[in-house]
Design a protein around this ligand. Structure first.
Ligand code: HEC
Length: 158
């Protein structure tokens, strides 16, 4: 199940803006939270601690003129990417656990169960039966930092 109350009980890590292919502003915005204690542990030894949970909110963005310029802000929520740290590989037979994490997508329309379908920005729906096919390739550039794109998360740095 998607963690509840994470917006008040989790630690804020950072945001991403995915630009529109055409026109000004963002297509999507991503907002990252980590379970309590993740930041402190990471600062200590540069590793995500066992059991840590990362919640990535995926929003459609809306863009308009504001007094600061052309500005995008979060609009409707599409769902959540969630990763759970499992440093010792407790679920070797599973198709959603591996490489030190559990990997899942929860659709906003059905937050109580991990989705088997992964709707992409391009509208194509890919089945998420295997994290190796549906997550791992896209996270390969971040393999040196435990598959996580830490450059977007200032709180992890001292
Ligand atoms: C199209 C490529 C792509 C796919 C597919 C993808 N990711 Fe990611 N993911 C990224 C990128 C790039 C980032 C950081 C920038 C962003 O959010 O746009 C990211 C960020 C994340 C984050 C925030 C922590 C981090 O690594 O920075 C989580 C959690 C996450 N992804 C989980 C998943 C899971 C689970 C799957 C599979 C169900 C998945 N992703 C599939 C490219 C992808």
């Amino acid at each position: 199940m998607c963690p509840i109350n994470y917006r008040t009980t989790y630690q804020f890590l950072g945001t991403w803006a995915v630009a529109k292919d055409h026109g000004a502003g963002s297509e999507e915005m991503h907002v990252l939270y980590a379970s309590p204690g993740t930041i402190e542990a990471y600062r200590k030894d540069g590793h995500f601690p066992d059991g840590a949970i990362l919640v990535k909110e995926v929003y459609r963005a809306a863009t308009g003129a504001m007094t600061t310029g052309t500005v995008s802000h979060v609009d409707s929520l599409r769902g959540w990417f969630i990763m759970v740290r499992d440093r010792n590989g407790h679920h070797p037979a599973s198709d959603v656990w591996g490489d030190g994490w559990g990997w899942s997508w929860f659709d906003a329309a059905n937050p109580s169960a991990a989705s088997r379908n992964l709707p992409m920005k391009d509208g194509i729906v890919r089945p998420t039966f295997d994290y190796k096919e549906n997550c791992k390739g896209c996270h390969a550039p971040a393999v040196a930092t435990e598959w996580i794109y830490i450059e977007g998360y200032p709180p992890l740095k001292h």
